[in-house]
Write a protein that binds this ligand. Structure first.
Ligand SMILES: [Zn+2]
Ligand SMILES: [Zn+2]
Length: 175
């Protein structure tokens, strides 16, 4: 799946942790590039955004890969046991409103999130995923559009995440 050394792309190492708010000029460049014609490209246009609606984006293209990541870094960042990611090329991504804040969660990992409501939007790592933007699939208006193809980083998976299919299910809260 990931064309990077396993255990590195989303690995949780507590180093150089800091919030960066000043690095969004490159997104304006990517928006310009996204308007360039690219004949023959698979055209899947999707839109998404954060919970409060301040940050909105569009993405058009074919994802390089779609995966559920179980690494500790994603877990802490999201406050959830796993995160679904879809990797696109940066020029395929357009920020249509708002301006995410950026948190350097480990190594060269940059996590972009809404500064108002906190929703994680995307992940970038120029060292291990050069040229790619990893979108959080759950922020899409239609998350069903990009089903995950694999579990990754399961070496760090929470134990009970392995047997979720054995749990009872309820349409709503159990009465
Ligand atoms: Zn991860
Ligand atoms: Zn928001």
């Amino acid at each position: 799946m990931r064309r990077t050394p396993s255990g590195k792309a989303h690995l949780g190492q507590r180093s150089r942790n800091k919030v960066r708010d000043d690095a969004y000029s490159f997104l304006e460049c990517s928006a310009e590039k996204a308007n360039l014609p690219d004949e023959g490209r698979f055209a899947m246009k999707l839109e998404g955004g954060c919970q409060c609606g301040d940050v909105r984006y569009a993405v058009e293209g074919e994802p390089e890969h779609v995966a559920l990541c179980h690494c500790a870094d994603c877990r802490k960042s999201s406050g959830a046991p796993t995160v679904a990611w879809a990797a696109f090329k940066w020029p395929e991504f357009t920020l249509t409103s708002g301006k995410p804040s950026i948190y350097n969660s480990s190594g060269s990992a940059m996590r972009h999130f809404c500064p108002r409501c906190g929703t994680g939007i995307l992940y970038a790592n120029e060292e291990y995923l050069p040229g790619l933007v990893d979108l959080q699939v759950a922020t899409l208006d239609d998350p069903d559009a990009l089903p995950p193809q694999a579990h990754i980083q399961v070496a760090e998976r929470v134990g009970w995440m392995q047997h979720l299919d054995k749990l009872p299910e309820f349409e709503r809260y159990p009465g």
